[in-house]
Design a protein around this ligand. Structure first.
Ligand code: COA
Ligand code: AMP
Length: 633
């Protein structure tokens, strides 16, 4: 099939205002915009200025008015609790409107922040949509973070209210959420007025009198409320993501641009029309979950699937195929790490044959680089196109992709293909010159970014400019290195900062170093992301103890592991460290993390000419052997 992609992309750059105005026609606007695009406050570009709309209205009520009231909007499939529950558009709208009424009774109004710390249950999506209905700004915190991370988000967002649940379920373990929330509030300087707790039957939580309320009680007495129109430029949500230090960045997403870009992406990128079924196996705490479990499928009038389970172990490596078959999923989206986990357990893909996957049309992968092996394994066994696409919390929707809806371009394993509309992407060298084709450089986007991309960092315009816009004036610095080939395909190869991708989760090694450095015995440390067969990368610590410390690795390492778990959370998957005499450094004192990674990975490396003491590298290799690295030797 020939692709309309090139013409669509060219038009988006040539006449961006007409392109996005056309896309915006699909939505309901309470007031039409005065200007599609406003660049009067560079570098703070705004889309659909003067327009008002409500994202929840466009995600729910509009479809009921268009006759989709009886169509499933959300299907909750939870192998960990043995539950399958579907909500039609009407049922979901009614739940959301009533819960929005409950929030309003608790004093939540337009512009107030509400923090959501919840497992993968439908109430989490209902809570997000209820905030959007009121024009309140939600900030969802992923359940696998430790209280300190939640506390830093509470202090930055200053929520009026926190919504949480008594527990989450990880395969077969019940994880009490409430004690983690209580600790987070204890640690935070800002205190919310109230916490509303969903009591799950697997483990109920004691409520604190005067502060905590039972979800069912607040919802039961509430009257449904209508949607509050907000400015297109008003924030819909804040989503915190790892920065290059331990301090998270609060990415701000607006209402108008987000709705337009999300809606456009459904049919054109994913090939999903109204009434069709999309399943994104991620978590609502991540950007992928915000965009493609909650907002975009509903804005399109499609059916979205919310899955509380894992690719393996709930109950087996056939879990994904069971869900796709049972719910007649058309398009499925997850992270490559999930496929590596399945491939390890079911290398021949025998579970696949047990299910009817006849409705399944395409698999999308993102969150980390799709290694060609995994992509080809999936493609061969599933017999559908497997599409690697690239995006970030900051961008909100794909920057690079291969569009099913426009007619696929040839798939090149290892490449997430070509830029999406409005993303004027370039590869620049350190001096700001365009890198020749095939040569690696920094991935940047010429400003303005299209609708849907972050508008700033919450309470931190200067951080926004410093992190993303100051490196190359006039460009957004993505933070990834890559190259473009002769056919214009992009390849995203690595981060240019300390961010690592652990099982598709974005984490800062700098943040982990801060935690290790806080241990009383530690003088100096480094954390490096080492290649892992399933998770892509896992962090390994290197610590030097203070003079006079006689305790060895056997005592110190378990304490370090526990510290990272308690401070950042289990999601960091920090499980190993070595104690060494010195860190390898250049003569100017820069820690040679890249060389340490290569030793741990067992890849070839040249001893850096600037190293102050080459003998330390042998000591590191010996220490790594004691914890089983490199793995492939
Ligand atoms: N609440 C509480 N704890 C959580 C959690 C949550 N929502 N999510 C993860 N954790 C915990 C896990 O229980 C685990 O704890 P442990 O060290 O005590 O075992 C730890 O955090 C790491 O979790 P995870 O990264 O999920 O690793 P895993 O070994 O349990 O599973 C995969 C590995 C590959 C199966 C899993 O990461 C996966 O399915 N990934 C899909 C990728 C994805 O969703 N990416 C998001 C962007 S698209
Ligand atoms: P997050 O903000 O958590 O979505 O993480 C975004 C980061 O994940 C990007 O900056 C990349 O480093 C990485 N990433 C996401 N998708 C891809 C992809 N398809 N190929 C390579 N890296 C990716």
């Amino acid at each position: 099939m020939s692709s309309a992609y090139e013409a669509v992309y060219a038009r988006s750059l040539k006449e961006p205002e007409r392109f996005w105005a056309d896309a915006a026609e699909a939505l309901h606007w309470d007031r039409r915009w005065d200007r599609v695009f406003d660049d009067s406050r560079k570098p703070y570009y705004r889309w659909f200025v003067g327009g008002t709309l409500n994202t929840c209205y466009n995600a729910l009520d509009l479809h009921i008015e268009r006759g989709r009231g009886k169509q499933p909007a959300l299907i909750y499939d939870s192998p960990v609790t043995g539950t399958v529950r579907a909500y039609t558009y009407r049922e979901l709208r009614d739940e959301v409107a009533q819960f929005a009424g409950a929030l309003r009774n608790l004093g939540v109004e337009k512009g107030d922040r509400v923090l959501i710390y919840m497992p993968m249950v439908p109430e989490a999506a209902i809570a997000m949509l209820a905030c959007a209905r009121l024009g309140a700004v939600h900030s969802v915190v992923f359940g696998g973070f430790a209280p300190k991370e939640t506390a830093s988000r509470i202090d930055d967002a200053r929520p009026k209210l926190i919504l949480s649940a008594s527990c989450g379920i990880e395969v077969n373990r019940v994880i009490p959420y409430k004690p983690l929330l209580d600790q987070a509030i204890e640690l935070a300087r800002h205190k919310p007025d109230r916490c509303v707790i969903l009591q799950r039957p697997q483990q109920k939580a004691p409520l604190i009198r005067g502060r905590d309320l039972d979800w069912q009680d607040v919802q039961a007495g509430a009257a449904p409320v209508d949607c509050v129109p907000v400015a297109a430029t008003d924030p819909l949500y804040i989503l915190y993501t790892s920065g290059t230090t331990g301090i998270p960045k609060g990415v701000v997403r607006d209402n108008g641009g987000h709705a337009v870009a999300s809606h456009w992406s459904m049919e054109n990128i994913y090939g999903i029309g109204a009434g069709e079924i999309m399943w994104t196996a991620s978590d609502i705490g991540w950007q992928v979950g915000h965009s493609y479990i909650v907002y975009a499928p509903l804005l399109k009038g499609a059916t979205s699937l919310l899955y509380e389970g894992k690719p393996i172990g709930t109950p087996d490596a056939g879990a994904f195929w069971r869900v796709i078959s049972q719910h007649r999923v058309n398009v499925f989206f997850t992270a490559p790490t999930a496929f590596r986990a399945i491939k390890k357990e079911d290398p021949r893909g025998e579970h696949i044959g047990r299910y009817d996957l006849s409705r399944f049309r395409a698999l999308f992968l993102a969150g980390e680089r799709s290694d060609p092996d995994t992509l080809q394994w999936a493609q061969t066994r599933l017999g559908v196109p497997v599409i690697d696409h690239y995006w970030q919390t900051e961008t909100g929707w794909p920057v690079l992709a291969n569009c099913v809806g426009l007619g696929l371009l040839p798939i090149k394993p290892g490449s997430p293909a070509k830029p999406m509309p409005g993303w004027d992407l370039h590869i620049l060298d350190e001096n700001g010159h365009e890198s020749p084709r095939g040569q690696i450089g920094n991935i940047v986007a010429r400003l303005p970014m299209p609708p849907g991309a972050l508008t700033t960092l919450w309470n931190n315009d200067s951080g926004f400019e410093k992190s993303y816009l100051s490196h190359y004036p006039g460009y957004y610095l993505a933070g990834d290195a890559g190259y473009q080939d002769e056919d214009g395909y992009f390849y995203v190869m690595s981060r240019i900062d300390d961010i690592i991708n652990v099982a598709g989760h974005r984490l800062s090694t700098g943040g982990m170093e801060e935690v290790l450095a806080g241990h009383p015995d530690v003088a100096e440390c480094a954390v490096v992301g080492v290649a892992d067969e399933v998770k892509g990368a896992i962090p390994v610590g290197f610590v030097v103890t203070k003079a006079g410390v006689t305790r060895g690795a056997a005592d110190i390492v378990p304490e370090l592991v526990e510290r990272v778990r308690q401070t950042i959370g289990p999601v960091a998957a920090f499980k190993t460290a070595v104690v060494i005499k010195r860190l390898p450094k250049t003569r100017s004192g820069k820690i040679l993390r890249g060389t340490m990674k290569k030793i741990a990975d067992g890849t070839e490396f040249a001893v850096p000419a600037t190293i102050d003491d080459p003998a330390i590298l042998d000591e590191i290799a010996e220490a790594l052997k004691t914890i089983g690295y490199p793995k492939n030797r």
